[in-house]
Design a protein. Structure first.
Length: 312
């Protein structure tokens, strides 16, 4: 093979390799495009950052943004972290400004592209910023406790709010997150956030949370037992003869209805510990009563002690 034929062969082979490489490159580009061609729309919040002394009187709350990327990148998007951050040029607390939202204004995203923003242009109305003391409304409750009723105490009762003068001048009260008491049996404490009204643009709430003491209060009832016979407890095997004055007492129990009903279902027994009592002794001994295990009630015994006689 002469030099001319060798050159032709090299050129022909290179042409085939280039064609193959071009085909592979097109295929890879196509695969990448297919893998990143998913589009997902999100309604994201608009956050406007203004200078001191300027407040927002009115603005759109959200903007719809279409993101494009791979399924994996789109799945990693956290809607709680995405926002359109707008920084107006306004220096006068009166008037308004129309602002075009740019792709770079959409923050909290990575690995995806912003394909569409709707609306693209928004209008923001400004006002003079003021600070006002506003009362905190009593938190609302969700659900029902297993027993008893709910009583709330919370602090602070007043918070400072900064925002639009026109929005806040008639604002007298703010609410909090609700308290879930469903199925509760014991009192507890919880910290909840202050929730500004939807129609009030607030730049700052101080403090932003309140502490709520949730007291589960149960209805208290009283039950009396009259003429409960007093019995003596002695050491095993001892046949000590004894008597008491008086030989009966009055027992009063105060507590939750459920606890009292548990006691009612059992017989009431009063006793004194006579293990130290010997023949001929006369001694005052405290009276105790027998209650079922784990019963939490207030006990009143009248008289609280009886005179014990050790008979000869």
């Amino acid at each position: 093979m002469n030099n001319v034929e060798k050159l032709k062969t090299i050129i022909l082979n290179n042409w085939k390799l280039k064609l193959l490489a071009s085909g592979l490159a097109i295929l890879v580009i196509y695969e990448i495009r297919e893998a990143t061609s998913f589009e997902v729309p999100y309604d994201i919040p608009i956050k406007v950052e203004v200078g001191e002394g300027i407040a927002i009187l009115d603005q759109p709350k959200t903007v719809r943004v279409v993101f494009k990327g791979s399924q994996e990148d789109l799945r990693r998007l956290s809607q709680n972290e995405i926002a359109a951050i707008i920084r107006p040029k306004a220096t006068d607390p009166a008037g308004s400004e129309k602002i075009t939202i740019k792709q770079s204004d959409v923050q909290g995203v990575s690995g995806v592209r912003v394909m569409q923003i709707e609306p693209r242009v928004i209008k923001i109305v400004f006002d003079r910023e003021i600070e006002k003391d506003v009362a905190v409304a009593k938190p609302s409750i969700i659900g029902t406790p297993l027993i008893g009723k709910v009583e709330l105490d919370y602090q602070p009762r007043v918070v400072k709010i900064r925002g639009s003068n026109l929005r806040l001048r008639n604002k007298e009260e703010v609410s909090t997150e609700p308290i879930d008491v469903d199925g509760r049996v014991e009192s507890f404490s919880k910290t909840v956030r202050i929730l500004p009204s939807r129609d009030t643009w607030v730049s700052k709430i101080q403090p932003a949370e309140v502490t709520v003491d949730v007291n589960i209060v149960t209805e208290s009832v009283t039950k009396e037992w009259n003429h409960v016979v007093v019995r003596g407890i002695v050491d095993p095997g001892t046949a000590e003869d004894m008597h008491f004055e008086p030989n009966y007492v009055k027992v009063t129990l105060k507590g939750r209805m459920e606890e009292i009903e548990n006691v009612i279902s059992n017989s009431m027994m009063a006793f004194v510990d006579c293990t130290m009592l010997s023949s001929g002794m006369v001694i005052d001994l405290p009276v105790k009563i027998h209650l079922p295990p784990n019963v939490d009630v207030e006990t009143i015994i009248e008289p609280a002690a009886v005179k014990a006689f050790g008979n000869r």
